[in-house]
Design a binder for this molecule. Structure first.
Ligand SMILES: Nc1ncnc2c1ncn2[C@@H]1O[C@H](COP(=O)(O)OP(=O)(O)OP(=O)(O)O)[C@@H](O)[C@H]1O
Ligand SMILES: [Mg+2]
Length: 304
């Protein structure tokens, strides 16, 4: 059984100000195995953060089925969702001051959330030291975040995210503010922690090179999964030829195919051996008239 199972997830935001409804997720279907490290890539506004917020228990699904471990997120009360968020999920955001408190040192940053959860003092100290060592910051424990580099701050944020031993780690553009070398370093630590702690991790990124460091890449376009692929041997995003066919038979075609086709026009489906062809009716008509023209132009053989 998958660790995370999402079926037909819909999220519609209701804007109070303009009394309009914004559909952010339009039927997401996704399964993630325990211990898997996946990345989510997609254009701005495609629903990546919304999906992460739902998995983090920070937003309520409008409809659909969302299970993490044995918890049905779509059925939780506000109070239970807040409990789930505090105990089960670790988060790492792009903006460092969402991850760390600026006024205290990084040891305290890792230790204090455990204190709030009632973990014993000795255990807190031991775990904070271990985690900071795991992200290579054992010598910087007494430093405040502003005394660290951008990469170190994100590594401290990573230690913080894991302090309460969550079973799910969610990261939204964690390398967004870093140069590519520092981003690569953070990813190494991220991957190592994912492996040693066996924690399931989901990371949103807009950077294909960052996504390639994960086990599997999911692409979201307009609130739907458009494709997914294991990252091994994936050279460019165009190599993602696998599209996702959901249980209702819906397929989101890749953007470059949509751009080639004339949308809003009818499409005919034909089977040919082991292939299924999508043929634009306009194109079909044009081909047919082309064939008729050719036929007319070819002189008939005389009967003997
Ligand atoms: N609180 C909100 N109220 C209304 N609409 C929202 C809210 N949050 C997000 N949206 C809308 O939902 C859609 C998806 O937003 P989301 O933030 O999930 O996209 P994203 O893929 O994370 O984009 P980006 O790459 O820019 O971070 C967008 O159209 C956005 O404007
Ligand atoms: Mg976002």
């Amino acid at each position: 059984m998958s660790f995370i199972e999402i079926r037909d997830l819909i999220k519609i935001y209701q804007s109070q100000e303009y009394s309009i409804r914004v559909p952010a997720l339009r039927g997401i279907e996704l399964e993630i195995k325990e211990g898997e490290f996946i990345s989510i890539i997609g254009p701005s506004g495609s629903g990546k953060t919304t999906l992460l917020h739902i998995l983090a228990g920070m937003a309520e699904p409008s409809a659909g089925y969302v299970r993490v471990g044995d918890i049905r997120l779509d059925q939780l009360s506000e109070k239970d969702r807040s409990n789930y968020r505090r105990h089960k999920v670790g988060t790492l955001w792009q903006i460092p001051n969402r991850n760390l408190i600026w006024e205290i040192n990084i040891f305290e940053n890792v230790e204090i959330p455990m204190r709030l959860l009632g973990i014993a003092r000795e255990e807190r100290i031991k775990r904070a030291k271990e985690l900071l060592a795991e992200v290579g910051l054992e010598r910087r424990m007494n430093h405040k975040p502003q005394q660290l580099s951008g990469g170190e701050v994100q590594r401290a944020g990573l230690a913080c995210a894991l302090a309460h031993q969550p079973y799910l780690l969610l990261a939204d553009e964690p390398t967004g503010e870093l140069d590519s070398k520092t981003a690569g370093d953070l990813l190494k630590y991220f991957k190592r922690l994912n492996e040693t702690h066996g924690i399931t991790a989901v990371m949103v990124t807009h950077d294909f090179d960052v996504a390639k460091a994960t086990d599997r890449l999911i692409q979201i376009v307009d609130g739907r999964i458009s494709g997914y692929s294991p990252t091994a041997n994936l050279k460019t995003i165009r190599d993602m030829h696998q599209v996702y066919l959901d249980t209702y038979g819906t397929i989101q075609l890749p953007r470059y195919i949509v751009e080639k086709m004339q949308t809003q026009k009818e499409v005919t489906i034909e089977e040919e051996d082991d292939k299924i062809l999508l043929i634009q009716n306009e194109l079909k008509k044009a081909n047919r008239s082309e064939k008729t023209k050719k036929k007319k132009a070819t002189p008939k053989k005389k009967k003997k």
